[in-house]
Design a protein around this ligand. Structure first.
Ligand code: CO
Length: 166
């Protein structure tokens, strides 16, 4: 296993569209082991998308139990080819990103989502979730479409903040 390097803005790979996973094979399994190790190697990291490691496949990992503050959560989730089916209850929330280490931003997100995805075995699943977990899943899915929170803020003067380092 290996901790993968995290690409940082403005790396052009972060702006690319990731591809659907079609082969649920041993190379996917090997990647997922490294990917999970990478997520776990960053303190308080609650989510990661494969393109942040330079792998342009539609894979995200979420683990809200790793947050600094407690939130309702489903533990570690690996979502492959995720598609949001329903969104509701929009709020402005503060978010950060390992690929944009020096800033956080206020972004509008749905506080309730229903998402279809495949698990590591390729089985089709549906997840209904809310609050911080729903918010984090939307952030990570944006990465699969080459979207960063910097693309979603309307006014940097009021919505972008220098990160306070822990
Ligand atoms: Co991010």
């Amino acid at each position: 296993m290996a901790v993968l390097q995290i690409l940082e803005y403005p790396d052009p790979i972060l702006k690319q569209l990731s591809k659907e996973v079609t082969n649920f094979n041993s190379s996917l399994e090997t990647f997922l082991k490294d990917f999970i190790e990478t997520l776990n190697s960053h303190k308080y990291c609650v989510g990661l998308a494969a393109p942040q490691t330079g792998n342009l496949q539609r894979i995200i990992g979420i683990d809200i139990s790793r947050a600094r503050k407690p939130h309702l959560n489903n533990g570690l989730l690996i979502l492959i080819n995720p598609k949001i089916l329903e969104v509701s209850d929009f709020k402005i929330v503060r978010e950060g990103c390992l690929s944009i280490p020096d800033f956080t931003a206020n972004v509008k997100r749905a506080m309730h989502i229903v998402v279809a995805y495949q698990n590591a075995k390729g089985e089709a699943k549906i997840l209904s979730t809310k609050d911080f977990e729903a918010h984090a899943i939307q952030h990570e899915i944006d990465h699969l479409d080459g979207v960063l929170f910097l693309d979603k803020i309307s006014n940097p003067a009021s919505d972008l903040f220098r990160r306070v380092r822990y």
